[in-house]
Unconditional design. Structure first.
Ligand code: HEM
Length: 509
């Protein structure tokens, strides 16, 4: 027998021996690498598979029921749970406050590179280098703060009025039921496209998915949000070489490429040497350019702004609508508060943000709906600094990714009470420290501190206003009480077939 494993006794290459040797080596490599992977976080409980590879995280997300699966596992394994060889998940509020605090040394993990669509560069969301990310964010943030907030509110009012008119028109046309989920999607996309690029996509009035954006999301969300839980896949699919060769092109006539092409055109027009002649109202692109954003940066950041600014808010509105339709006591109490405010002349039409904030029960409904139907379910990991950390008394080595389990956080009984699974806005009434703490935990939904969501101001104003406007004008009833909608939950979620009976409410004055 030869001493070299794949040579036979005569010293010639034997294919069987070569194959067996290769299999043996692969198996040995797998065992050794699995033991090495397991060793790092061996003291942290979690699903068996999660100790050795990233398959568990991938599987949990791609089932489309990740909220339930991850929350059940977290219940079983505790506040700190291992979800991958070098990642944990937690819903411990104090840990999350520490991670977002100004003194925190936590970094954005490689997970953020998931949303990279373009080989020509990063959007603000996909940047993991802290100074570069800070610099980029500083140029984008003014569009959502200070003197620009009234501009956001004015545009929102315009589109809320359009939403009410569209529903009214469709009722007048005799539509017995409306796919309210889709209608809200059209409304939000028109709002975000006009806010950001000055030109609405025209979905709401036409009741049409222009550019096939909504259809495209149905495949992109499940695939990107699950596959890219696997670091190796992330490295390959998000590499510049792969993106250059295979990523969707802005010249494509459908899918993600078409969407990116629409954004590219909008930016090109804005930067073109011949300025647009027709007088235009200000939009987010103008503000970004004023703050030194280049054409390429505008394009890359629009590609994250449109989904980030639409998917999340859409989910918040649809989720709260379903909760209200399923809870008559809350539904009628909300209507009564709006009715009283109208008859006392305390609210305008559309309601202003300040007026909406004074409606105590409406505010509680908005918070409770947001809590129960949290648009972000799981993810957004931050990396433990090299010096390591201790989370809930457990030492965590540097370099570990800490995922946020929003589903468990928002249903945490220690924070929200024993009935945390129930839609009960009353838990947010009052002004004591207990309520303030609940509001503070709820606010973690927007990240926080250096990691804060850029569109938070707009999202909050919208939440404050939208239900007042919908409920002062209409009544809502789910068309299919046994199955009001079909929901798929990944890192964010998708809703289908949310058929609703909408009728005019002429009693509100
Ligand atoms: C209910 C509504 C919303 C929720 C729950 C939400 C939540 C979040 C979360 C959790 C993050 C990541 C934070 C982190 O890295 O830890 C984020 C980032 C972001 N959001 Fe939102 N968001 C909402 C609405 C919006 C809106 C309306 C816009 C824009 C119009 C927007 C734009 C962005 C952008 C651009 C980022 C990336 C920020 C960065 O890279 O630092 N979001 N959001």
């Amino acid at each position: 027998m030869s001493l070299i494993p794949f040579l036979d006794a005569s010293g010639k290459l034997g294919w069987t021996q070569a194959a067996l040797s290769a299999a043996g080596l692969t198996f040995t490599w797998y065992i050794v690498s699995s033991v090495v992977a397991w060793y790092k976080l061996r003291h942290i409980p979690g699903p068996f598979l999660a100790s050795f590879n990233n398959i568990w995280g991938f599987w949990a997300i791609c089932t489309g029921q990740s909220n339930q699966i991850i929350a059940d596992a977290q219940k079983k394994y505790g506040r700190v749970m291992r979800v991958a060889p070098d990642a944990i998940s937690t819903f411990d509020p104090e840990t999350l406050f520490r991670i977002i605090s100004p003194r925190s040394n936590y970094l954005r993990s490689q997970w953020y590179t998931n949303a990279r669509f373009d080989h020509r560069g990063d959007s603000v969301f996909t940047m993991t280098n802290t100074p570069s990310h800070n610099k980029r964010k500083a140029k984008l943030a003014p569009a959502f703060s200070g003197k620009n907030v009234p501009f956001l509110e004015t545009k929102l009012d315009k589109w809320l009025t359009a939403l009410i008119k569209t529903i009214r028109d469709r009722i007048a046309k005799g539509e017995e039921t409306i796919e309210i989920g889709l209608l809200i999607e059209h409304f939000q996309l028109d709002l975000i496209s006009e806010l950001s690029m000055g030109q609405p996509w025209g979905n709401l009035q036409a009741n049409e998915d222009h550019f096939g954006y909504l259809e495209m999301r149905k495949t992109v969300i499940p695939s990107i949000q699950s596959w890219l839980h696997i670091p190796l896949a992330r490295k390959i699919f998000m590499s510049s070489v792969f993106l250059k060769l295979f990523a969707p092109r802005t010249t494509d006539t459908k899918g993600l490429g078409l969407f990116l092409g629409v954004l590219e055109d909008a930016v090109k027009r804005r930067f073109s040497v011949t300025p647009e002649k027709a007088p235009r109202e200000q939009d987010i692109l103008d503000i970004w350019i004023e703050h030194g954003h280049s054409a390429r940066e505008c394009q890359l950041d629009l590609a994250i702004l449109v989904p980030a600014g639409s998917d999340t808010t859409i989910m918040m509105i649809r989720g709260t609508l379903l909760l209200l339709m399923s809870t008559p006591a809350v539904y009628w109490k909300l209507k009564q508060e709006i009715r009283d405010a109208i008859s006392d002349g305390r609210i305008s039409s559309p309601v202003t943000n300040e007026e909406a904030k004074s409606l105590e029960y409406t505010q509680a409904v908005v918070r409770e709906g947001f809590r129960i139907m949290m648009p972000v379910n799981y993810g957004f990991p931050k990396q433990v600094p090299d010096s390591g950390d201790t989370i809930c008394g457990i030492p965590i080595p540097g370099g570990t990714d800490v995922y946020v389990n929003y589903e468990s956080l928002m249903r945490c009984e220690e924070v929200f009470g024993k009935d945390a699974d129930i839609f009960r806005p009353e838990r947010f009434l009052g002004s004591g420290p207990d309520v303030a703490y609940k509001v503070k935990v709820l606010d973690l939904a927007f990240g926080g501190g250096y990691f804060t969501c850029l569109g938070k101001t707009l999202a909050v104003i919208e939440m404050n206003k939208v239900f007042v406007e919908l409920f002062r004008n209409f009544n809502f009833q789910t068309a299919n009480p046994e199955k009001p909608w079909r929901r798929e939950v990944y890192t964010t979620w998708l809703v289908h077939d949310f058929w609703t009976r909408v009728t005019e409410d002429t009693t509100m004055g």
